[in-house]
Design a protein around this ligand. Structure first.
Ligand code: ADP
Ligand code: MG
Length: 468
């Protein structure tokens, strides 16, 4: 059916064994690693295992890849402008916050801190896409899955995976059998350096050479090395120090100067707060974590991102912005507007409006066409196809309003082999392309940095809905 079907090159079983052994050692030697699960980890965090990777680079048509990269600065600008629009945030979040307590807590902080005392706005984005191909289509197109405005991860491990594939290609020669695999088709991935560079620029704009950057982390984070590489690259390339703190530690150790607004923790003034936690209700098990979040938001530290930015990164905002006429409020160039709309899948509200009622009816009649999403980040929350009717049946109309309905994107079939915890898993896969973006601006609208910042290509088994 598709141009991606004749992939990957066929190899002998012993070749797979070589690739596996080489990939594991390269990953361990080069920090392409994660912490093991608690059951198998050695005490005191002394052990690591290779990160799950695809053995062969997954194919993305060049045209689709370049389209996604070119969209990134436009999306950066769009989401920035949305985050500054108080009326937009109020209109979409007020409704959702009536039934979603997590969103309500974030919205409360937004209402208390929206007169941000820090003039610099800095965000690291990642726009995620799947290839989509309907019956009869001759080539796949990209459709946006979601736009991440907080804690977009894997920038370091993604870049290392690209280097792993180059190493496997050069060392084994096995990839030569497929003309599509060559030095040129494995693009250099800027995500290795672009995130540290963006953080360093924001730090510089804060304007205090003695200050340090704070990464807000989850206790027991398994993806710690992806984060460590950002810290190491920041220090090595920019001479900027980064400390790691959980929200609980912030609440115990941080204070805000009542006159200057500066945020201080353990004697260090904080220039930039970079959140790699705080996007999930699980990150706020007690009031302590909410207090920490409020303290940070009130301070004059640069927040990556602000709570306003986090709120416009919700699925609800994604659905609202996809309505006809909405993008034009924020982007004036009609060509850019058209490009953005072309990357959207069908999106509908599931609220009590006539549109929401019609979408609910459609979802009950043709559930196989849709996925239903709540206002959550971090995977594992969506409701797919046949599970939609029973879910809709048990939700009240107001509960339903906190979900959106999205067209199911259908990636063309492509085979690959995944290496996970030392095991090889072969079969049909789907690849999700993420493009990172760096955006720095002043509150009053002067754009200082607006760039695409590298990519992530996440490959997962086609028959699992999520993960990878
Ligand atoms: P999260 O914030 O939890 O990451 P996503 O919107 O990215 O939420 O959904 C999680 C995963 O579900 C995606 O990585 C993708 O694999 C799958 N998914 C999401 N939306 C769609 C869709 N419209 N069609 C097909 N798969 C989807
Ligand atoms: Mg996602």
């Amino acid at each position: 059916m598709s141009l991606l079907e004749d992939y990957p090159p066929s190899l002998l079983p012993e070749n797979y064994q070589t690739l596996k052994e080489r990939a594991i050692d390269w990953a361990l030697a080069n920090g392409l690693i994660i912490r093991p699960t608690a059951e198998v980890a050695l005490p005191q965090n002394v052990s690591a295992i290779h990160a799950p990777v695809a053995l062969f680079p997954s194919l993305i048509p060049r045209e689709a890849f370049e389209q996604a990269v070119n969209l990134q600065p436009i999306f950066n600008k769009l989401y920035h402008n949305m985050s500054l629009d108080d009326a937009f945030i109020n209109s979409i979040i007020r409704e959702v916050s009536k039934v979603d307590d997590f969103i309500k807590r974030l919205y409360d902080i937004y209402l208390k801190t929206k007169d941000n005392v820090q003039p610099i706005v800095f965000c690291i984005h990642r726009s995620d896409y799947l290839l989509h191909m309907d019956e009869g289509d001759v080539k796949p197109k990209i459709l946006q899955v979601e736009f991440n405005t907080i804690a977009a991860s894997f920038s370091s491990l993604s870049a290392q995976t690209g280097k792993l594939h180059k190493y496997l290609m050069e060392f084994t020669g096995y990839f030569d059998a497929d003309a599509r695999l060559n030095a040129e088709s494995l693009p250099e991935n800027a995500s290795w350096t672009s995130l540290p560079k963006g953080i360093a620029k924001a730090h510089e704009l804060y304007g205090s050479s003695k200050a340090v950057v704070m990464m807000v982390v989850q206790p027991g984070e398994r993806n710690a090395f992806d984060q460590r590489w950002i810290e190491y690259n920041l220090l090595q390339n920019h001479k900027v120090h980064l400390i790691r703190k959980t929200l609980a530690e912030v609440s115990e150790q941080a204070s805000v100067d009542p006159t200057t607004g500066s945020l201080t923790i353990a004697g260090n003034e904080i220039s930039v707060v970079y959140y790699r936690a705080g996007y999930s209700p699980d990150d706020y098990p007690t009031e302590q974590q909410w207090q920490a979040r409020l303290l940070i938001e009130k301070s004059k530290a640069i927040k990556c991102p602000t709570v306003a930015y986090q709120l416009v990164g919700t699925k609800k905002a994604q659905q609202e912005i996809a309505k006809p006429g909405m993008i034009q409020r924020y982007i004036s160039d009609p060509i850019q507007v058209k490009k953005l709309y072309a990357s959207f899948a069908e999106l509908y509200p599931l609220d009590a409006t006539p549109e929401g009622e019609a979408a609910t009816k459609l979802a009950l009649e043709k559930p196989e066409r849709f996925v239903m999403k709540p206002q959550r980040e971090g995977g594992g929350n969506n409701i797919y196809t046949k599970d939609i009717p029973s879910t809709l049946a048990r939700l009240s109309v107001s509960e339903r309003s906190s979900y959106i309905l999205m067209e199911l994107i259908k990636p063309p079939p492509m085979k690959n082999t995944i290496l996970r915890e030392g095991e090889l898993i072969s079969g049909y896969m789907a690849s999700e392309l993420g493009i990172y973006g760096i955006f720095i601006a002043t509150q009053d609208g002067k754009v200082l940095v607006n760039e695409p910042a590298g990519h992530l290509l996440r490959t997962k088994s086609a028959d699992t809905n999520e993960g990878g």
